[in-house]
Design a protein around this ligand. Sequence first.
Ligand SMILES: C[S@@+](CC[C@H](N)C(=O)[O-])C[C@H]1O[C@@H](n2cnc3c(N)ncnc32)[C@H](O)[C@@H]1O
Length: 184
Amino acid sequence: MQWGFDHKKTRSQFRELLGDIKGKKILDVGCGPGDDAEVFKEGTYIGIDISSNYINEANQSYGHIGQFFCTSIDDINDLNLSCVDVFILKGVLHHLSDTQIKSMMESFENIKNENAIVVTLDPVFFDNQGWCERVLAEMDRGEAVRHQEAYLQLIKPFCTNVETYRTHQFLPPYDRLLMKCHLV
Ligand SMILES: C[S@@+](CC[C@H](N)C(=O)[O-])C[C@H]1O[C@@H](n2cnc3c(N)ncnc32)[C@H](O)[C@@H]1O
């Protein structure tokens, strides 16, 4: 299903927003089966996910280039991480409640390095959106697809220099929001 929705332009824009990752510590929150470990192997890559199936799969395929932990974002402090330079939230915010996002952003404060960035990617609603795009976003497995302003309001109290970009996929018709910000 995810492959069917893969969008090259969004993927490369997301990668561009992360900038140079050489030597950086990257925390991929909601890493799924860890396929992105390959993309970020120039840095120190850590993936966490709530699904033990995904984490087992990730350890089998990419355990040699990354570290993977099965945990909910709610318990991230238990991992005793530190000095994270890049927080990746790719397709994750729309699976989390407002309360979860706020406490996750708070917990990032305790484990971030100086000048740490957060980069996110999620389906989005907005005014005058195409009908098909809206219906497909409503059908997403994540139950918390939001309007652009709602995503922004949730992360703004914890960040500066928030950049937002919307991408549009023609087939299947789909709209995504990318955000990049610096943690304060
Ligand atoms: C749409 S998938 C994205 C996977 C991966 N980031 C990617 O881009 O292919 C969302 C992921 O978030 C994970 N997830 C959902 N709720 C979570 C939570 N509370 N804590 C950690 N991971 C969570 C799911 O298990 C799933 O792997």
